[in-house]
Write a protein that binds this ligand. Structure first.
Ligand SMILES: Cc1cc2nc3c(=O)[nH]c(=O)nc-3n(C[C@H](O)[C@H](O)[C@H](O)COP(=O)(O)O)c2cc1C
Length: 207
């Protein structure tokens, strides 16, 4: 009885302190400072719920004039992952992943011509698509870390020789470009985060 009341008291204090499970959720700064690229996975699946949480975090990114040009292709089928992504030198990284998220950007947008509010919308280039989508990709990496999973940003645009076969295999339209390919999985390694703090890169007030 005494042990039970201790457990209840501990759980209650965790809830009051904002803890979600037996472990306190790490702070945003902890997640940012401890995120590191993970390139080895157990092969275990990632649930759809987890993937939707990760994508929701991605879509919370800032976006120039709030166009939200991001589009995603999420592949969880092992055979498809192997055939689409495991063609280069890092193939184990993809085949061991539970899912592969291709973060894409739509390079065009529908807008009224500048200064013509009564004109019909027309298709125009969106020159900010890759900035928006880079913010998405970073949010995804941080959400993955916060969920106790691992991931790594692997190059897409502008390495078109890598992008084109992936876009073709996945049926991605011409005005949508894969910015990066992110294998996500249960980590099979625990790399030490790199210390990138270099005060000499900062110019206070003036370069
Ligand atoms: C634009 C970009 C492209 C990258 N491409 C690859 C890649 O193709 N393969 C890979 O293993 N890592 C890739 N990375 C991950 C970097 O190698 C990694 O972020 C860097 O070494 C710093 O390590 P950290 O992420 O653990 O801090 C890429 C990262 C970025 C931002």
């Amino acid at each position: 009885m005494k042990r039970l009341s201790i457990i209840i008291a501990v759980l209650a204090s965790m809830v009051l302190a904002g803890c979600k499970s037996h472990e306190c959720a790490p702070s945003a700064l902890d997640v940012i400072m401890t995120r590191t690229s993970v390139r080895s996975f157990t092969g275990d699946p990632i649930s759809k719920e987890q993937l939707e949480t990760i994508l929701k975090a991605g879509m919370a990114a800032p976006s120039a004039i709030n166009i939200q040009p991001w589009r995603f292709v999420v592949v969880t089928d092992k055979e498809k992952i192997a055939s689409v992504f495991a063609n280069g030198f890092q193939k184990d990284m993809y085949t061991q992943a539970g899912a592969v998220i291709v973060v894409c950007g739509q390079t065009t947008m529908m807008r009224k011509p500048f200064g013509q509010p009564d004109a019909p919308e027309e298709e125009q280039p969106n020159m900010f698509w890759y900035e928006d989508c880079s913010a998405v990709a970073q949010n995804i990496l941080l959400a993955v870390k916060a969920l106790g999973l691992g991931a790594v940003w692997t190059a897409g645009y502008p390495a078109m020789e890598r992008v084109a076969p992936i876009a073709q295999a996945l049926g991605i339209p011409e005005n949508v470009v894969p910015l990066c390919v992110i294998p996500v999985g249960v980590p099979a390694e625990d790399p030490t985060p790199k210390d990138k703090w270099k005060p000499e890169n900062i110019h206070w007030e003036q370069w």
